[in-house]
Structures are given as C-alpha cells and as structure tokens.
Design a protein. Structure first.
Length: 447
C-alpha cells in the first residue's frame, strides 16, 4: 500500500499527508493540424500513474475568462491544508511572441469545482510568464511560485506567497549562465530537486539544493532526451514510495506527446527510458502536471466528470501506433495525427453476438471495422447478417500479453485481428504462431 511518507513529496501535499492511491493529470490539448487544440483546463486520472483516462470526454473542466482567455502549462498543486490550487500560463494558442506578466489561478477543494478565478501579476518586465510550478518552502512558511521568464536571458524566476493571491517581488531563482526553461520542483526530505530544459542543447537536466533557496542549485544529472525534441520535465514520485518517474513533452504537436523515464531514486540521477508500451498519456495532451490523489478523490472525479464513451487500440509491438481508419482502410499509424478522431472507436456489443464486440467509428457513425477477404476496412452497416458477422469479434486475453487484449473473428474462430505491414486484417494466430504474429494481434484497449 502507498505510505503517508511517500505522499509527502508529491508536489506539496498537506502537512498531515493522506495516503494516495491514484493520480490526476492537468493539461491542455493540441494536434498536428490543431483541430484538437483546446486551451482550457483538462483533467485525466490514473490508478498506476502510467495509463490515463481523460475526464469530461477530454473536454475542458474550466476555461479562463480574463487575459487571453486561454491557458497553457497548467499546474495542479496540493496546498498544506489539503486543498488544491491551479496555476497556468496566460496564453491562448501558439503565438509565443506575446508577452504577459500574469498567471491564471483557480482554487479547488477536490477538483470537482473551481472557484476564486483570478489572475496574479508576477512581475513588471516586458517578457513572458510561462510554465509555473510551485512548492512549499518550510524555511519561509510560504509557497514558491517558479516560472520561466527573460530578464535579459532566459531564467527561472520565483515569487513567494502565503495565499496565491498576493505575491512577493520577483527574483531570479535559477540562472546557471545559459538559457533555461520549464522548471519543475519537488521537495524530498531535506533536498529540493529542480528539473529543467537547457536551451543551449535542448536536453533535460536535474539540479538540487539543500535549502531550496534562490541560486543555490547544482546540476547533478547528465542530459536527457527522447525523440527529436523535448521540454517540460515533470518529476513524480510513485505513490507506492518505491521509485520515481520523469516525464517530458515532445514540444511539437506533430510528434509524440510524452516520453517517460524511471529511476529507483531521484538522488542518484540515473534515469532509464521507459518503453511506450508501459504508459499511455491522455489523447492530445500537452505540457501537463501530475499529483497524487486519494481513492475517494479519484472516485469523486470520475463521478463528477465522467469518462469517455470511446476507446483506442494501441499496438503491442509498435506502441506509438494506434488502430485508425484512413480512406476507409483500417491500419496502424504513429500518433499523433489528424483527424485524430480516426483512432476513436465505440466498442459496442457484437452486431452478430452480444457476447462479442464491434467497433463503430466515432467520426463516421454507422460504420464499423469489418473483414472481407480477410482484409479489414471501415464499412457502413448494410443490415445484412453477413455484415453483422464479419464486424463481430470476441475479446480474449492478449496472445502476446495476457493483460492486453486480442480479438478473435466471429466468422473465422481461428483468425484474429492483427496488423501486417501496418495494415489490419484477420489471420490464423495461435499459441504455436511466432512471437511476432502474436504481438501483431495484441492491443491495449485504452481511452
């Protein structure tokens, strides 16, 4: 079971820490052609901190009503009294030339409602106020709000506050002599850890301090990157207290949205890249934050906001790819892509056998995945018995991984839905088949 001690480091929990059994993520959304762009506050929940379920059908749960009326980089933080505050960049869209001296702020007791919306002015510089993070500074009995700004060079600034309404004057928190961006801070025992992006080489690094005071940090890790570009490091200790995860955003909406690393200890600074099989971020999510929540808070969030009525099918052996339709052909493509809705399916009772399942397209209603001559396409339900049978599959334990799923054809019981050359078809696959064949026929059903 998670321990109270483990909870003490999850981005500023209360002094009398609860036991955290789950996680909540806050984020905004973008997609390659921006059809999925939404600059409101989105939430997702997870039991394991790896595989995420969007709330409110991936629509925003709160939207700014002042400033630019849009947000980026939302940060959910648990205050000392156990309630939450949400901080976010005041920026609507991708015009990064805009300068803004303010942050969006909301209060919330349980993330089921948001009150006290306001903007707080952090400085009077002619520059941006990006990617806020916050931490409890016990030596000051105040919270530090750290954000990216430029005072002649790109640095991390800090303002201190007791109530997230009035703040102290700004000062440089971390300026190591080269440009830095996107700080994230976690206090673990007597050490304050700061992870950031080094703008001179595009890599993520970790720094630490025994006091957490401004300009007291020493970088202690090597540079980290997965993919072509990365930013927005996000440091999270597992609720179980037996390890850490570091997330990074791919920066561009046309590339993979998140990558992750794991480490047994944050102090060691030795991070191992995780396999994308092991985690599934929320659909179209960008530059978020994660904090631990109780089982009751998890249940309350699901009850309040609801979960999607659609699923996605993630490939076992190509975990950056999802089943989608393209010109009515069924295939695997690397996510993200647009129209992003092509990967969204309503998994309904089987058209020929309610004990099975059928996959109805979300953005082409009335059309289902159906095999014909062993090839799988998206076709309109013509009402015939043949169509209903061809569009029905029986979900089984994954042939390559029993915790995932495989789908056996209703009409050809020895055949399974699989990909071959990234195109979907049904083929005979069984225990004696090759490991590759079994992987090709194994999928994670995920929101």
């Amino acid at each position: 079971m998670p321990t109270a001690a483990a909870a003490l480091v999850a981005h500023g929990p209360p002094a009398a820490a609860a036991t955290y059994d789950a996680y909540v993520m806050a984020y905004f959304t973008e997609s390659p052609s921006m059809t999925g762009a939404n600059y409101g506050l989105h939430l997702a929940v997870s039991r394991d901190g790896l595989n995420w379920t969007p709330l409110n059908r991936n629509a925003p749960v709160a939207t700014p009503t002042a400033g630019t009326r849009g947000l980026r980089d939302p940060f959910v933080f648990r205050r000392q009294d156990g309630t939450f505050v949400v901080l976010a960049t005041d920026l609507n869209g991708t015009d990064f030339s805009q300068n803004n001296q303010y942050l969006h702020v909301w209060d919330s007791t349980d993330l089921r409602s948001f009150t006290g919306y306001r903007r707080i002015r952090m400085h009077t510089l002619n520059t941006h106020t990006w990617a806020p993070t916050a931490f409890w500074d016990a030596s000051r009995s105040q919270y530090g709000i750290v954000y990216s700004a430029n005072n002649g060079s790109d640095v991390l600034m800090v303002n201190y506050t007791a109530d997230f309404r009035t703040v102290s004057g700004p000062q440089v928190y971390f300026g190591p002599g080269h440009g830095v961006l996107d700080g994230d801070i976690v206090v673990d025992g007597g050490t304050t850890y700061l992870y950031y992006k080094n703008l001179s080489n595009g890599l993520l690094y970790g720094a630490r301090s025994s006091t957490g005071a401004p300009n007291s940090f020493t970088t202690y890790t090597g540079g980290l990157r997965q993919g072509n570009a990365i930013e927005a490091p996000l440091l999270v200790r597992n609720n179980e207290g037996n390890g850490w995860r570091l997330w990074g955003d791919s920066f561009s909406p046309v590339n993979n949205d998140y990558y992750a690393w794991s480490a047994p200890s944050v102090a060691g600074g030795a991070w191992t890249a995780m396999n994308q099989r092991d985690y599934t971020p929320p659909l179209n999510s960008k530059h978020g934050s994660i904090t631990g929540i109780t089982a009751a808070e998890y249940d309350g969030l699901v009850a309040r906001w609801g979960t999607p009525d659609w699923v996605r099918l993630k490939s076992s052996n190509y975990p950056d790819r999802y089943v989608r339709h393209a010109n009515y052909a069924a295939r695997l493509d690397a996510y993200p892509f647009d129209p992003y809705q092509d990967q969204m399916w309503r998994m309904v009772p089987g058209l020929a056998d309610s004990a099975g399942v059928s996959f109805e397209s979300v953005n082409v209603p009335g059309h289902y995945l159906r095999h014909s001559n062993f090839e799988v396409r998206l076709q309109q339900n013509d009402g015939t018995a043949a169509f209903r049978a061809d569009a029905t599959f029986h979900r089984t334990a994954g042939l390559a991984d029993g915790s995932w799923s495989s789908f056996r054809s209703h009409t050809h019981p020895s055949h399974y839905l699989r990909h071959s050359g990234f195109v979907l078809r049904i083929d005979p696959v069984g225990a004696s088949s090759s490991a590759t064949d079994r992987q090709d026929a194994t999928f994670r059903v995920t929101p």
